[in-house]
Design a protein around this ligand. Structure first.
Ligand SMILES: [Ca+2]
Ligand SMILES: [Ca+2]
Length: 262
């Protein structure tokens, strides 16, 4: 089974790739950019940094970069998690309340299968998921937990984890529904969120604080606490005013003559 929502039988697809991409290893080497861009994937389990192979997988990386910059990936879930295989995300359907459509969505645009002999499913390789049609990759992608060379030649590898592989391992090990919900057996029981994907050329200059860092929480608390206390004080004041007024009202009522009309 490949990284897709669908069952996929391995299909050889050499024909769809131009011969030049297989015979130009020297060219590819010289064509490599001085510096590939990187993507910083911020998840609820930590940050995963991947190098994007822009020269060797130009179509897949351009698609991924465009979607990332458009914030398309923000807030999506890892909907398919198989330990020692792949963790998969990138489906906008994971944002709605229906878990059963997760894995069948995309960006509305598809890209052709893009293969390069030097880009294989090593540990931490990032590839484009697709349906049964080999040219149906759209926005869903996966990260390999361990080498998965059984996928080579069938799926476009376009990036590689260079930092945060332990985050991939942690996500790969989260509990999934399994036999409790066979239709969504590979979906994590607790949401694993991809907050955002940042594209940058230099991750050392990149300044970003993950929302779940302790500093942020203490910052939140200091503001939350006075707010809460303030609310208690306000409610207390309101009660005092209300009771006082009510008492006055009652006493004035009781003093007022009843049945004055009679
Ligand atoms: Ca594992
Ligand atoms: Ca859904």
């Amino acid at each position: 089974m490949g990284p897709s929502n669908f069952l996929i039988l391995p299909v050889r697809c050499i024909d769809t790739v131009s011969a030049s991409s297989f015979n130009s290893e020297d060219e590819n080497t010289t064509d490599e950019p001085e510096e590939n861009r990187i993507a910083i994937i911020d998840t609820s389990y930590g940050i995963i940094k991947i190098e994007l192979f822009e020269q060797r997988a130009p179509i897949s990386t351009a698609n991924f970069i465009d979607l990332s910059i458009d914030a398309f990936y923000d807030g999506l879930l890892f909907h398919r998690v198989i330990d020692d295989f792949v963790i998969q995300t990138g489906d906008p359907n994971t944002k709605d309340n229906n878990p059963y459509n997760d894995g069948s969505g995309g960006s509305g645009k598809t890209i052709p299968l893009e293969l390069h002999p030097e880009l294989t499913h090593v540990d931490g390789a990032v590839g484009m998921a697709r349906g049964t049609d080999e040219d149906s990759a759209t926005s869903q992608f996966y990260i390999c937990d361990g080498p998965q060379h059984g996928l080579d030649g069938n799926y476009a590898v376009f990036a590689l984890v260079f930092e945060g592989i332990e985050v991939v391992r942690k996500i790969a090990e989260v509990e999934t529904w399994g036999n409790k919900r066979p239709i969504i057996k590979d979906q994590p029981i607790e949401d694993v969120i991809m907050y955002s994907v940042f594209i940058t050329t230099n991750d050392t200059e990149f300044q970003y604080t993950a929302p779940d860092e302790p500093d942020d929480w203490s910052f939140d608390e200091t503001f939350r606490l006075p707010g809460f206390e303030g609310a208690v004080v306000l409610v207390g004041l309101f009660l005092v005013v209300f009771i006082t007024k009510n008492k006055k009202h009652r006493s004035s009522k009781s003093q007022a003559p009843r049945h004055t009309q009679k």
